[in-house]
Structures are given as C-alpha cells and as structure tokens.
Design a protein around this ligand. Structure first.
Ligand code: GEK
Length: 257
C-alpha cells in the first residue's frame, strides 16, 4: 500500500466481496452497475479511489460550515450509501437529513441494509430515481461523488443548471471526479501514478487494463477547468477546488444568497 493512503470508513467494508471482476482475458461489454458489480462494489471503491475517506471527511467539514439547522443533503449516485452513512456520522451538529439517490436497485438494496445495520434509518433515506431528473426543492447541499463522470457529456451542463435551480440560496454542490489534464505529459504522468496506486492496492496489470477498456465509453472525465466553467455557466459564483490528488479532484460551488 502507498504510505499514507488509507480508506478507513467504517461503512465501506461491510458485506463486500473482493473485486476480481476484471481478472479476465476479454472484455465482453461496456461497464454497467450490475448485481455482480454491487457484490464487490465497496472493495472496488476502497481500492480504486485515492483518499476516499479523506474526501468525505473534508466534505463533512464543508457541510458543517455552510449548512443550516435541518438542511437536506442529497448524495446523487449514492451507490451502497458508504459516503452518506459516513457523512451522517461526521456531520452531526445540525440535525441534517441525508438522502441518497441512485438508479440501481441492487445498489440501493445494499445501501438500505447497511443503514439498518448501523441503525441510521431516521437520518438517512434512499430513492430509486434518475439523477438527471432531480426534482427535490430547497436542497442545502448536493453531493456528486465520482458520478458526474458517468453522465453523458452533452447533458452535463443542463444537469448542473437543474441542480442549481433546486438548491436553496446559499446552498452548495460538492463534486469529486476523476479528471484529465490537457497537458499531455502531465496527463500521462497522472494516469501512470494512478495505475501504480491501483497496483499497490492489489490489482494486476491485466485487471487495470481490462477495467480501463470496459470504462472507455462510459466514464468520460473532464478537466478541472472544464468542470469549473460549467459550474459558473450554471449560475454558481464561488467555485473552488478543496482536494486534489493527481487525476482526482474535489470542487465546491456555492449558489449566491
Ligand atoms: C460513492 N458516490 O461511494 N441516475 C442515478 N444514478 C446513476 C445515474 C443516473 N443517471 N448514472 C449513474 N448512476 C459513490 C460512488 S459510483 C462511481 C458512485 C463508480 C449511479 C450508478 O448506479 C452508481 O451507483 C453511481 O452512480 C456511480 O462515493 O462506480 O466509479
């Protein structure tokens, strides 16, 4: 393991099998969030996303600072609920309501199971919905952790405008993404460093290459600048990076009061 990189959320390791999905010789189809993926998902996230726990911790600090008593926090593309459960543990002072949305029923089944396991049902709930049709009004915060990258590029700006509309004045969006650099040398270097990270977490060269192939048409990263420009275009005024590790970046955007 790379020194100092640890994902230690207490909510991400329950009921997860080891991810060996791409220990295969041929990729038969593009990546989908199927039941097979859900079975290994928490292990996959734990070993594939650098500083996952630290990003959630930083996000909790921002929620604590910017949200008001009783605000609602929406996690779009919440998967098995790991980040929402962790946020509900870390951001406890303002009686916040946590709502996870995903369009994968198997993901939400697992999220609900984990929520019950940790007796969090009063604080954390889940909806099976398409996030591009988000219609929950007066949100205090909307979180997109590694999810915007799966929305079709042509739809992304309209989607961010929809989120802007549904936030209350002063509400925030927190977006964490895999990103690209338009500097070709830096881009190559960042990707190599990320692959070293995955190797250090136990993935073989073959698994890394096959996963990359399966994600090729599905996960389409933008640069930090492109994401920030889209947020400003959508009406957000304060837009800043709050975390970055090579080709992974987290951004906060605030809706003006
Ligand atoms: C985490 N945020 O643990 N509507 C609803 N859900 C969607 C849509 C859509 N249109 N498109 C994709 N999803 C999580 C990790 S994973 C990222 C997020 C990854 C959902 C999809 O079902 C999946 O659960 C999630 O977005 C993306 O921090 O696997 O790399």
């Amino acid at each position: 393991m790379v020194a100092g990189i640890q994902n230690n959320s207490q909510y991400d390791m329950s009921h997860s099998n080891k991810d060996t999905l791409f220990n295969i010789s041929r990729v038969e189809e593009d990546f989908v969030f199927s039941e097979r993926v859900v079975e290994v998902f928490d292990d996959m996230i734990d070993r594939s996303i650098p500083f996952y726990a630290q990003v959630i911790e930083s996000s909790a600090q921002l929620l604590d600072r910017f949200l008001a008593e009783g605000d609602s926090v929406y996690d779009l593309g919440c998967s098995t609920g790991s980040s929402l459960l962790e946020l509900s543990r870390l951001a406890q002072t303002k009686n916040l309501k946590f709502i996870g949305i995903d369009n994968s029923q198997p993901m939400l089944d697992k999220a609900k199971l984990k929520t019950e396991l940790f007796s969090k049902q009063d604080q954390v709930s889940f909806y099976l919905e398409d996030i591009t049709e988000f219609k929950h009004k007066e949100a205090g915060a909307i979180i997109l952790n590694y999810t915007l990258q799966f929305i079709r590029p042509l739809l992304r700006e309209e989607f961010l405008k929809l989120l802007f509309k549904n936030l209350r004045p002063g509400g925030i969006v927190l977006i964490s993404e895999k990103v690209i650099s338009h500097d070709r040398r830096l881009n190559r270097a960042y990707i190599d460093i990320y692959h070293q990270f995955k190797k250090s977490r136990g993935y073989s060269e073959l698994e890394i290459a096959k996963k990359r192939e399966a994600l090729e048409n599905v996960l389409i990263p933008f640069s930090v600048e492109e994401n920030k420009a889209m947020l400003r275009e959508s009406g957000f005024t304060s837009v800043e990076t709050y975390f970055q590790w090579f080709n992974f970046s987290s951004t906060i955007a605030i809706k003006p009061v």
